[in-house]
Design a protein around this ligand. Structure first.
Ligand SMILES: *[C@@H]1O[C@H](CO)[C@@H](O)[C@H](O)[C@H]1NC(C)=O
Ligand SMILES: *[C@@H]1O[C@H](CO)[C@@H](O)[C@H](O)[C@H]1NC(C)=O
Ligand SMILES: *[C@@H]1O[C@H](CO)[C@@H](O)[C@H](O)[C@H]1NC(C)=O
Ligand SMILES: *[C@@H]1O[C@H](CO)[C@@H](O)[C@H](O)[C@H]1NC(C)=O
Ligand SMILES: *[C@@H]1O[C@H](CO)[C@@H](O)[C@H](O)[C@H]1NC(C)=O
Ligand SMILES: *[C@@H]1O[C@H](CO)[C@@H](O)[C@H](O)[C@H]1NC(C)=O
Ligand SMILES: *[C@@H]1O[C@H](CO)[C@@H](O)[C@H](O)[C@H]1NC(C)=O
Length: 413
């Protein structure tokens, strides 16, 4: 019953509040969107975004660590050789009537340097390891810490389509949407030729998708990938936030992640693995595996081996794997809990353990390879079967354990 409220709420909003709450239409003719919007994505975290006039559709990966939405723009000419296996679509501003280049000599448009290092009230220092969105006087910009894409800032019309709201309210259009047109791109590790044309920014930066849609709340409830590929990000009024969800204050945003929490410790079942110091953990739907700093990862591994008894442990692609008896119930395996302020977050075993073969399982945990402060990341696999709501203005995250698929299907009835 509870789960049907969000859709009902959406229908009520569409019927009764649009006429009085469509402030966006009155204030800004560059945006047309319903108050609440379901943005569909595939299990590999790709959303379809339509850009330009005439329109073309691109697959962009959801990313909460890159401040700018970006697409690859280099054409395969003499200067930029594309390999025949490169399936990436390239955006070409010259063939869109609504395209404009953006010059970075205008300080009101130029991406500015974010705030200095800051310390939160648990004395976790957030340092500025590097600048992630920085343009030179010649208008060449770097968008993210790892510099997977660099290029120019441009603007064009974008359209987002929701497949689950009714026709009339299924389209969101932003004219003059600012994004990066990458002329020097390399795929992040593991994404070569995977059909991704770029990334869509879910940060709090003023050039993120959220900021340009004027949305301060969003939420997701990820179901295990075995349950079907299509899932949704809820934007605006349909975002799940508050009510009986647990609210946890976020740390200040850093250059590399927008959504961080203080991590007081971590437990495997009842066994507390770290209790005397605090650290930070980023919540990032754009990262698949959960990353732990090496010392913590080793403790989890050691404790897992203690709890599940002697068995053969091995590593596959950095994942910690182990043999099991045939037909072992994943739910019976040890559960991993992250201790947040006032709230213990238990990762669903459906996201924590991956079946590798009938007699082996792997834990969806990897050692962090980043050498700066962003060591711990709770990735998409660790977010399965929880509703997670973000309020970027109050800087709070809301959590609630759910069976996300059942919840969504019930919500549609
Ligand atoms: C910015 O650069 C463009 C060319 O890139 C030039 O036409 C324009 O006058 C410059 N504006 C300012 C304010 O310097
Ligand atoms: C900079 O861009 C803003 C927004 O487009 C515009 O209002 C302003 O006049 C521009 N300033 C200069 C110096 O070009
Ligand atoms: C950042 O630090 C520098 C000096 O360390 C200071 O001049 C500047 O005002 C600070 N900026 C912000 C946004 O706090
Ligand atoms: C954080 O540091 C300040 C100044 O060093 C100190 O007064 C405060 O008690 C510390 N807070 C915590 C939670 O340790
Ligand atoms: C920010 O933190 C880094 C690493 O701790 C330090 O090197 C740098 O001086 C700090 N910057 C400021 C403005 O405090
Ligand atoms: C935490 O405990 C470990 C030993 O269990 C010790 O080596 C370390 O110094 C402690 N850290 C703090 C901040 O007290
Ligand atoms: C979280 O778990 C710890 C045990 O590790 C317990 O002491 C604490 O009370 C729990 N907190 C909440 C809010 O349930």
């Amino acid at each position: 019953m509870v789960s049907s409220i969000p859709l009902l709420f959406l229908l009520l909003l569409l019927h009764f509040t649009v006429p009085t709450h469509n402030f966006i239409l009155e204030d800004d003719p560059s945006i047309y969107q319903p108050n609440g919007f379901f943005l569909p994505f595939e299990s590999n975290l790709y959303v379809e975004i339509t850009i330009g006039t005439p329109t073309r559709t691109f697959n962009l990966k959801l990313d909460s660590s890159t401040h700018l939405t970006y697409l690859e723009c280099d054409s395969c000419d003499d200067d930029h050789q594309c390999s025949p296996s490169d399936t990436t679509k390239h955006y070409d501003g010259k063939s869109s009537n609504t395209f404009s280049p953006i010059s970075c000599n205008n300080s009101s448009l130029c991406p500015n340097i974010l705030s200095n290092n800051s310390t939160n009230h648990y004395n976790v220092t957030i340092t500025k390891a590097s600048l992630s969105l920085l343009c030179t006087p010649s208008d060449f910009c770097r968008y993210d810490v790892s510099s997977f894409s660099t290029g120019y800032l441009v603007s064009d019309t974008i359209q987002l389509t929701s497949s689950i709201t009714d026709q009339e309210n299924s389209l969101s259009i932003v004219h003059g949407f600012v994004f990066g047109c990458g002329t020097s791109n390399r795929a992040p590790p593991g994404e070569e030729n995977s059909g991704v044309d770029g990334r869509v920014s879910l940060t709090t930066h003023r050039f993120s998708l959220l900021s340009q849609l004027r949305v301060i709340r969003f939420s997701h409830c990820l179901w295990p990938s075995s349950a079907g590929s299509r899932n949704f990000i809820r934007l605006g009024s349909v975002a799940e936030y508050g009510g009986d969800m647990m609210l946890v204050p976020m740390l200040d945003a850093t250059e590399s992640y927008s959504y961080h929490l203080t991590l007081f410790g971590i437990s495997l079942e009842q066994e507390r693995l770290r209790s005397n110091e605090t650290s930070a953990i980023a919540i990032d739907i754009g990262t698949y595996y959960t990353h732990l700093e090496t010392s913590l990862y080793e403790k989890v591994k050691e404790e897992l081996m203690t709890q599940i008894g002697p068995m053969v442990a091995f590593e596959v692609d950095e994942l910690m794997c182990f043999t099991t008896e045939v037909g072992l119930d994943i739910d019976s395996l040890p559960k991993l809990t992250l201790h947040f302020q006032g709230f213990n977050y238990t990762i669903s075993n459906k996201g924590l353990y991956i079946r590798d073969s009938p007699t082996s399982l792997c834990m969806a945990l990897v050692r962090s390879t980043m050498d700066d402060e962003e060591k711990n990341v709770l990735g998409a696999s660790g977010l399965v079967d929880h509703a997670v709501g973000y309020d970027t203005s109050q800087r709070m995250l809301a959590f609630q354990q759910r069976d996300c698929l059942t919840d969504f299907v019930d919500g549609m009835l």
